[in-house]
Design a protein around this ligand. Structure first.
Ligand code: ATP
Length: 245
C-alpha cells in the first residue's frame, strides 16, 4: 500500500486524526523538495540518533496516529531492538484513538505499549490534554524519540530535560529546530534505516558512541538540508518549473 493510502486507511480505522491528513500533505511537499530520497544530512542524523538511543538509560519511542499508520512494523522493531517501550502520545487525544492505536500496535507484535492503560501524569509547560504522559514512560525517560511532533510539545520535552530525537521532513519547523537530533527524511525511509543502524552500532563501546554524539551538530545538519532544498528549487526553476506556496 502506498503512503497516502496507508494514511487514509488509518483515518478510516480511527488511528489518524483529520489534522494528520493535513500534516501528511505538508510532508509530501517537503519530500518532493528533498528528492524523495534519504540524503546525506539524514544519514548523519540517523547515525547520531542510533548512538544516543543506545547510550540512553531510559529511551522511549513516542507514537502518534500518522507514524502508527505508516510504519507500525518498524516502530515495533525499534522498540524490540532497544528494549524500550512504545508510548501512545497524541496531540489530538481521544480515548477511541488511543485504544485504536494500542490495538493496531499489538496486532503488529508490540509487547511494551505505554500511555493507554497504565498510570498517566502531567508534564509541565503544556495546556490540558497535550501534557498527559505515561508515568513509567516519557515522564521518566532520558531520551524520547518523537517523530512528526508539534513544536510546543518538543519544546516542553526539552524544558523537562529530555534528549529529543525527531523525524521531520520540514527542516524549518519548530520541532526540527528544537530537537537535539533532527532526521530530515520521510519516516517510511528513516525508521527502517534507524533500526538497522541501532543493530549495527550496538557492538560499539560507550566512548565511541559518545564521540559520534559529540561530533554531531544539529544546526549544521539542518543547514545542509536547507541548502539542498534551495539548490533543488534553483535547479527546478532553471528548467522552467515554477513553484508557488
Ligand atoms: P511545528 O509545530 O513543529 O512548527 P507543524 O505545525 O507542521 O510543525 P505538525 O503538523 O504537528 O506541526 O508536524 C508534522 C510535521 O511532520 C510537519 O513538519 C510535516 O512536514 C512532517 N511530516 C509529515 N509527514 C511526514 C513523514 N511521512 N515523514 C516525516 N515527516 C513528516
Amino acid at each position: 500500500m502506498v503512503e497516502r493510502e496507508k494514511i487514509i486507511d488509518g483515518y478510516k480505522k480511527g488511528i489518524v486524526a483529520l489534522q494528520g491528513l493535513l500534516a501528511h500533505g505538508r510532508g509530501e511537499a517537503f519530500d518532493y523538495l528533498i528528492g524523495e530520497k534519504t540524503q546525506v544530512f539524514a544519514e548523519v542524523a540517523i547515525e547520531a540518533a542510533a548512538a544516543l538511543l543506545l547510550i540512553s538509560k531510559k529511551p522511549v519511542v513516542s507514537v502518534n496516529g500518522n507514524t502508527a499508520a505508516l510504519v507500525p512494523e518498524h516502530l515495533v522493531a525499534l522498540s524490540k531492538e532497544l528494549g524500550a517501550p512504545l508510548e501512545v502520545n497524541l496531540f489530538y487525544r481521544t480515548r477511541e484513538r488511543e485504544v485504536a492505536i494500542y490495538n493496531w500496535l499489538r496486532k503488529h507484535g508490540a509487547t511494551m505499549i505505554l500511555g493507554v492503560y497504565d498510570e498517566r501524569v502531567e508534564l509541565a509547560g503544556l495546556e490540558s490534554k497535550r501534557r498527559i504522559v505515561s508515568k513509567k514512560g516519557i515522564y521518566v525517560a532520558d531520551t524520547v524519540f518523537v517523530p512528526l511532533e508539534d513544536g510546543d510539545r518538543t519544546e516542553a520535552l526539552r524544558r523537562a530535560g529530555k534528549n529529543v530525537i525527531t523525524v521531520d521532513l520540514n527542516p524549518l519547523s519548530r520541532t526540527a529546530r528544537t530537537a537535539n537530533i533532527t532526521i530530515v527524511d520521510n519516516i517510511t525511509r528513516a525508521l527502517p534505516l534507524l533500526v538497522s543502524k541501532v543493530s549495527r552500532l550496538r557492538s560499539l563501546d560507550s566512548i565511541t558512541l559518545r564521540k559520534i554524539i559529540e561530533n554531531y551538530d544539529n544546526e549544521k545538519v539542518l543547514g545542509m538540508a536547507l541548502e539542498f532544498i534551495s539548490k533543488r528549487l534553483e535547479h527546478l526553476a532553471s528548467k522552467g518549473v515554477t513553484i508557488t506556496f
